[in-house]
Design a protein. Structure first.
Length: 304
């Protein structure tokens, strides 16, 4: 693959495990300085893609590059320059956290200049042994290992697994700061809200294939959402069904469930004509998202 101005580039990237497809004919490019979301259900091929990018797997066909370096041939150099959180974090159980970080530091050139700051922000006890840590604190260690050397590129596979909501919020803030400094971030997730809140663009993978790449604003405009509204007095469903973005209206006494795709402002204004007792706006599940774009997911697909 020729050198590229993109932070990450894949060309016809393919990996089969025997007859099982991991990822097939993947073409994408991550721009410098952007957060690129890689979205798909479990088993869609996200982790396979990241392992190929990091040179942990050899492609069946096609190739990938990071900062112009071939992901397979230059994998050692890439690992020195990239911050990676794997989907299956594995740490040395008997080491204390600070000793593990010292050990990792010896493999990298230059100082880990963000180590103290990030360990404080992640509220991580550096004196504890890894084996005594909770699932969330182990994930914090993985985050710290990936970020403390301030890499130019981050490749993150389900990075918030095990983190509580407050720590997730802090993690997103840290990512935003990395982006402000011009870092490029590849964020794999099966959580739609995680991708939506942090990414500039998103690639959508299904059954081992990249089916779409779009700006995050376009994603917001097209996703399906559910609004549950309780009115003080009965209202006619027809006044909501006639709105262009409304897909369906279900009634239960004075309560309506309104399913909508697109702009919500006309619906909100129509609801405001009545006295409302309660209103809940439910974010879509990933299943809703894929049904709205591409139809139902087949079961037992076999991809990784």
């Amino acid at each position: 693959m020729p050198r590229t101005n993109h932070a990450i580039a894949c060309r016809e990237l393919t990996k089969f495990y025997g007859r099982q497809r991991g990822i097939e004919n993947l073409n994408l490019a991550v721009r410098k300085g952007e957060i690129f979301g890689f979205l798909g259900p479990n088993g869609a091929g996200k982790t396979t893609t990241i392992r190929l990018l990091m040179g942990m797997l050899k492609p069946t066909a096609g190739d990938a590059s990071i900062m112009g370096m071939d992901s397979w041939r230059d994998s050692v150099n890439i690992k020195l320059k990239v911050g990676n959180i794997p989907g299956d974090v594995s740490l040395y159980e008997q080491m204390r956290v600070h000793d593990l970080l010292d050990y990792v530091d010896r493999f990298r050139p230059g100082p880990d200049r963000l180590r103290d700051e990030l360990s404080h922000r992640l509220d991580l006890d550096m004196k504890k042994k890894v084996k005594s840590l909770s699932r969330g604190n182990r994930q914090k260690v993985a985050i710290l290992i990936a970020l403390m050397h301030d890499p130019e590129i981050l490749i993150l596979d389900e990075p918030t697994l095990g983190l509580d909501p407050l720590m997730q919020q802090e993690f997103y803030a840290i990512l935003a700061e990395f982006k402000e400094r011009g870092r490029s971030i590849f964020l794999s997730s099966h959580i739609l809200s995680e991708v939506e809140r942090s990414c500039d663009r998103v690639g959508i993978v299904k059954q081992g294939r990249l089916v779409d790449v779009r700006a995050i604003e376009d994603l917001r405009k097209n996703k399906i959402r559910h609004m549950d509204v309780a009115f003080r007095e009965p209202v006619a469903t027809a006044e909501f069904e006639s709105l262009p973005a409304v897909l369906s209206v279900e009634r239960l006494n004075r309560h309506l469930r309104i399913t909508i795709r697109g702009e919500v402002d006309p619906l909100i204004k129509q609801i405001a004509r009545h006295e409302v007792l309660d209103l809940t706006f439910t974010q879509p599940s990933l299943e809703d998202f894929f049904l709205s774009f591409y139809g139902p997911e087949p079961s037992n697909s076999g991809e990784r």
